[in-house]
Design a protein around this ligand. Structure first.
Ligand code: ZN
Length: 425
């Protein structure tokens, strides 16, 4: 994150590519370049923006605003400028936060051409009258939008989409945290045998997922579950925003994992406001994509300002978030619907060595209760996550119980024939 933080990411441009260069040291990320002007549904891929330097120099020649100190000083997508302005005219191009006079605001102007500088409000009062040299050494013209993908092939025919946005410059929680958490989740999964295929998408906000969806229309029907990750490295509790369907498997998987964590968390209902989940959950695509965060967008102090720096996030918070994602993926990988093959009364577990009293194989009362819950609910309609939800027992305990019952041939895949001689009358 320390290397990624200073890069001037934006909707397009070399900051995004340099970000992917660093990620590619950890994960096999591929990139797609889509030309400016490409129509994607109701939108158009914008011109590409790049910036090398920008400053405002005082009448005595000293740089009073300097892009090299912070890329937040320049309004994102500022067109190139090279001029001299008296202070009164310069002021019209300066953006500050009078309420938080020490912070640099983060501002962009993607869809209308302009230019400007952002700085701490306190600094404006210090500017002496006179003529200021203004330079924005940027380019804004036909180029490409760049998005990155990591695809980890699974053995089954369903896909899981994990997405995060990459358009924010030097801001840490929003959303460098999402970029690194998604990367580390992909890195961990790359070493596993997977049932689902995992498709990680790293794209600029809004236009990025739209472009990706446009380019991948032929394979969207494989996507069974999805998660966007953002603002996930601060010290706040985990917050989960449900998909439009509200009770999709991914919703129930995340909520079960957060419940099992034993830590405080919050669940938010779906609303068509927020991040990239808006595009995935639009009715035309109808993908069940939830959003895992800590403190949501706009909810933390210093949101979209220079206060969202590396001090705001911590390795411990990031690691816990990576683990939460992996726990959700464990549910998605192992959730299945099974059938009790001995459904007439409880099968005798003791003689099969499944009770603690019969050999100590089972370690806790929860394990015993889980065996009974799984047997009782497995009538071919309830999946393991359904059973974890209804029983209140942690998902890994339910999953382990199911594995033991399968080994004892008391459970089979939904659709298995019942035990011979016990045909329903
Ligand atoms: Zn943001």
């Amino acid at each position: 994150m320390e290397r990624l933080f200073p890069l001037c990411r934006s909707l397009t441009g070399d900051g995004v590519r340099a970000t992917f260069d660093i990620l590619s040291e950890h994960v096999p990320i591929t990139r797609t370049e889509v030309p400016s002007g490409t129509r994607v549904f109701d939108w158009t891929v914008p011109d590409e923006w790049n910036i090398r330097d920008a400053y405002v120099a005082a009448p005595d020649g000293t740089r009073v605003i300097d892009f090299r100190e912070s890329n937040l000083h320049v309004v994102g997508y500022s067109e190139p400028v090279r001029t001299t302005l008296p202070l009164e005219q310069l002021r019209e191009r300066l953006f500050t936060l009078p309420e938080q006079p020490d912070l640099i605001p983060y501002r962009t102007s993607y869809y209308s051409r302009t230019w400007g500088f952002c700085l701490p409000h306190r600094r404006v009062a210090e500017l002496e009258p006179g003529d200021y040299e203004v330079v924005i050494d940027s380019t804004l013209g036909a180029g490409h939008l760049t998005y990155g993908e990591i695809t980890l092939e699974g053995s089954g025919d369903e896909d899981v989409l994990i997405s995060t946005y990459v358009c924010h410059p030097s801001l840490a929680n929003d959303n460098l945290s999402g970029i690194v958490v998604a990367t580390m989740v992909a890195k961990a999964l790359a070493e596993r045998r997977l049932r689902h295929t995992y498709r990680f998408v790293f794209a600029p906000g809004t236009i990025g997922p739209l472009t990706w969806l446009h380019e991948n229309q032929d394979s969207l029907d494989r996507i069974a579950h999805g998660l966007t990750v953002s603002c996930i490295g601060d010290a706040g509790d985990h917050t989960y925003k449900r998909s439009r369907h509200r009770d999709a498997v991914v919703d129930r998987a995340v909520e079960t994992v957060l419940r099992d964590s034993g830590k405080p968390y919050e669940v938010l209902e779906w609303e068509p406001w927020g991040g990239d989940e808006r595009q995935f959950n639009s009715p035309g695509f109808d993908l069940s994509v939830g959003t895992l965060m800590r403190t949501p967008h706009g909810g933390f102090d210093g949101y979209h300002t220079s206060a969202d720096d590396l001090a705001r996030i911590s390795p411990a918070s990031l690691e816990e978030s990576v683990q939460a994602c992996l726990d959700v993926i464990d549910v998605l990988e192992t959730n299945r619907t099974l059938l009790n093959l001995s459904p007439y009364g409880e099968p005798q577990l003791g003689k099969r060595g499944l009770y603690r009293s019969a050999g100590g194989a089972v370690s806790s009362p929860d394990d015993e209760r889980a065996l009974l819950w799984v047997l009782n609910q497995s009538d071919g309609s309830a999946s393991l996550v359904d059973i974890a939800e209804r029983s209140g027992i942690a998902y890994p305990v339910i999953r382990r119980a199911a594995e033991r019952l399968e080994q004892a041939e008391l459970l089979g895949p939904a659709g298995s024939p019942a035990t011979p001689g016990l045909a329903r009358r």
